[in-house]
Ligand binder design. Sequence first.
Ligand code: 13P
Length: 251
Amino acid sequence: MRQPLVVGNWKMNGTRESVRELLDDILAGLPERGVEVGVCPPYVFIPQAAAQLAGSSVLLGAQNVADQDQGACTGEVSAAMLKEFGCALAIVGHSERRLLYGETDALVAARYQKAIEHGLCPILCVGETLEQRETGQTFQVVAQQLDAVLGRAGIDSLTRAVIAYEPVWAIGTGRTATPEQAQEVHDYIRQRLAAQDKDVAAQVRILYGGSVNAENASGLFAMPDIDGGLIGGASLKAEVFLAIVQAARKC
Ligand code: 13P
């Protein structure tokens, strides 16, 4: 069955010192089995985090990955570079990238493709804005975001990827989707994938993200198609993050 996965997306937060303390505390409280755990620090902290996580089961990830292999791409970091520095995961298509930095479905698909080519596991983020939800476009938006990636990389790539459903209106707002609202979209995603390949759909992990905290995590993770979480603000405090990790493990 699908092993639960909880990943911290630290976004643009941290100092050398806070990263060291946070990872120390996470490592000290990590359950031995029953859940996979990952962290995605800002790029500059990746070497430091890799050294600290060496020998542990915690997966290291980046918050994005370049759509090209090398060359004149100022500000980008390639999949090969991330691999060289110990990354196993790379978030792609986060709504902050899409909305604040104008990343299109096509660019997200190209980034995803590069991660797959280089053996990095992409965490593909999809999700609707509040306006899109209120005008009944949730499924359509999510389908379009998924199809752009699968059209380029193919359904089989999902055997080496993770999906994260992150409704934009729930990110950093304290307004979480209810377990039922999230499950409805997770189920939709899985069914849409199953139309192409039942086995891939059954095994791919679909995480929920958006204001997950220690209180609401168990309700979300109890849903049949929610396989863990992509955690923002709550992943910056070790005890809260570890409580969320425990909640995923229990299911
Ligand atoms: P919050 O948990 O802070 O709402 O952020 C969610 C998120 O964007 C994770 O990628």
